[in-house]
Design a protein around this ligand. Structure first.
Ligand code: SF4
Ligand code: SF4
Length: 153
């Protein structure tokens, strides 16, 4: 049984974590666990880095092909795609965000983990508004690269 089936919350044991070499380059992390008919992530990638066997299967990222462009983040209706880039002991995490207010560049906001627990402050480094789903890039300590998956403004 997967961890999330016991706890209701995804953990790092439930997903494929890229090697550090890919995390340093910047790479998409797809935290999609439900076998539902959905595939906009596959169609959105200009580099054919996301694939699935059939539309009900789970998407798989080819970390070799992914260039970390982030185009797949805002198309996911499940808000399940993140971009992580590790540099100089910091992690840049790009995440989908659909609440208001949308944070602004330079804001200090609260970084939340998958459980919604406050894990400290994060600096907003980039804001891209795309329809109802904005993509917010925050900077946190690199130890939190695979922990922070939401924000509170
Ligand atoms: S970040 Fe860009 S290259 Fe990587 S999977 Fe997403 S769309 Fe493709
Ligand atoms: S678009 Fe999102 S929810 Fe749909 S298959 Fe891709 S990752 Fe999963």
């Amino acid at each position: 049984m997967k961890n999330y089936e016991k706890t209701g919350v995804l953990s790092n044991n439930d997903i494929t974590i890229p090697d550090l070499q890919y995390l340093k380059r910047g790479v998409a992390i797809v935290e999609c666990i439900q076998h539902i008919p959905c595939n906009p992530c596959v169609d959105s990638c200009p580099f054919n880095a996301i694939s699935m066997k059939d539309i009900n299967d789970l998407p798989v990222v080819d970390f070799e092909r992914c260039v970390g462009c982030g185009k797949c983040i805002s198309v996911c209706p499940g808000l399940a795609i993140f971009l992580v880039k590790i540099k100089n002991k910091k992690a840049l995490i790009s995440l989908p965000y659909e609440f208001n207010p949308v944070p602004k560049l330079g804001d200090n906001i609260i970084a939340l983990d998958r459980m919604g627990v406050n894990r400290g402050s994060a600096l907003v480094k980039r804001v891209v508004k795309s329809g109802k789903t904005s993509v917010i890039t925050i900077e946190v300590d690199d130890s939190l690269a695979m922990e922070i998956r939401n924000i509170k403004v």
